[in-house]
Unconditional design. Structure first.
Length: 361
């Protein structure tokens, strides 16, 4: 993949970018969702469903994390096009969705990494090197995270914790943000029973769809869960209390309203509870306006630079240089299958009845 450096951005340069008067996430709407199904061929269930939050009563002993752990599940399961399942799910949920109205399409983690760059050393944790591949489709910037490791295997003799076993108009831009949801809660008993009874087994092939030209299978199954019922699960040793500021950026980007802070002593968890942190995240947004304005300005700048350089680039951060380097890409594979690029070419009012979906904001 031939590339040429076109722009370098330091934290000092952020001060010179034109920032919005306010930076907040508004008009949030869940667009679509999906689950990965274990199968030989990459297969998703649309809309699928996150797990229903139903913890055991009282203390619970959990074994330590082990086995295969996904770091970048979409890339690991579908390396040809990690973003394809987002689009497949989206157009199943809304065949007439106008993708041309979207300014930025990205995974949550890309926004968090850029915010960490803006934040600098104030987060208390050094920022590791990262790469974001960016492709322009008309006026939509597609951000695709480039992970060096997509999964890892935790052997029986290793200890990594217990977390895996326990389980918007921003700055004048319109985003679709894909993110993983740990679970959901329901207060309606009938809805809870109905959703909990749904299965995600790949055995029943009655409602399978295979989009033309795609290497994916799609199973029409599940039910879209309202965003206001979703939650994020965080596990911690009891002697290390988790404060909201440590996870606020993650929850803010996806606008997840609830959190579970699950504490354990050597794997013995006390009974956790669900907390609504909407007000706390809004307060965090207000306190962090300076950095969030810089983040909005940075994303706009990156988008404009990529547009001006031909529509394909990579953004790299190296901690030794403490700067973002934007490189123009002369070749390299496309982010999406060819049929999905046609969505940017459709006339106003056209509707599409093909197959697609994911969680967007």
């Amino acid at each position: 993949m031939a590339s040429t450096t076109i722009v370098q951005i330091t934290r000092f340069d952020l001060e010179k970018l034109q920032a919005p008067t306010a930076a907040s996430i508004t008009d949030v709407k869940e667009l679509a969702s999906y689950n990965w199904i274990k199968a030989v061929t990459p297969t998703i269930a649309v809309p699928g469903s996150p797990a229903l939050w139903s913890p055991p009563r009282g203390p619970c002993k959990v074994k330590k994390d082990s086995g295969l752990i996904y770091i970048a599940q979409n890339a690991a399961r579908h390396p040809d096009s990690p973003l394809e399942p987002l689009f497949r799910a989206l157009y199943i949920a809304d065949p007439s969705f106008d993708i041309r109205a979207v300014d930025v399409l990205t995974d949550r983690n890309n926004i968090r990494k850029l915010l960490s760059f803006v934040d600098g050393a104030t987060s208390g944790k050094p920022l590791e090197a990262f790469t974001i591949e960016i492709e322009m489709a008309k006026n939509t910037a597609i951000f695709c995270c480039s992970e060096t490791k997509m999964h890892e295997y935790i052997g029986p003799g290793e200890f990594r914790g217990f977390g895996h076993e326990f389980e918007k108009a921003f700055g004048g831009l319109k985003f679709i943000v894909r993110h993983e949801t740990d679970g959901y809660t329901v207060e309606d008993a009938a809805l809870s029973k109905a959703l909990a009874s749904m299965t995600l087994s790949p055995r029943d092939e009655t409602f399978f769809v295979k989009p033309p030209g795609s290497k994916m299978n799609i199973k029409r199954q599940g039910q879209l869960v309202p965003r206001d019922s979703t939650l994020e699960i965080k596990t911690r040793a009891s002697h290390r209390p988790l404060v909201i500021s440590e996870v606020a950026s993650q929850i803010w980007v996806s606008q997840t309203p609830k959190i579970v802070r699950a504490y354990h002593t050597k794997g013995l968890f006390t009974e956790p509870r669900v907390e609504d942190v909407t007000a706390e995240i809004k307060a965090w947004e207000s306190r962090n306006q300076r950095n969030l304005k810089k983040l909005a300005a940075l994303i706009k700048e990156i988008r404009n630079v990529v547009q001006d350089c031909g529509g394909k680039a990579v953004v790299r951060y190296n901690p030794f240089g403490a700067k973002l380097v934007v490189k123009k890409v002369e070749d390299g594979k496309k982010a999406l299958p060819e049929d999905l690029y046609a969505k940017w070419e459709e006339d106003e009012g056209d509707s599409q009845s093909t197959s697609e979906q994911n969680t967007g904001k």
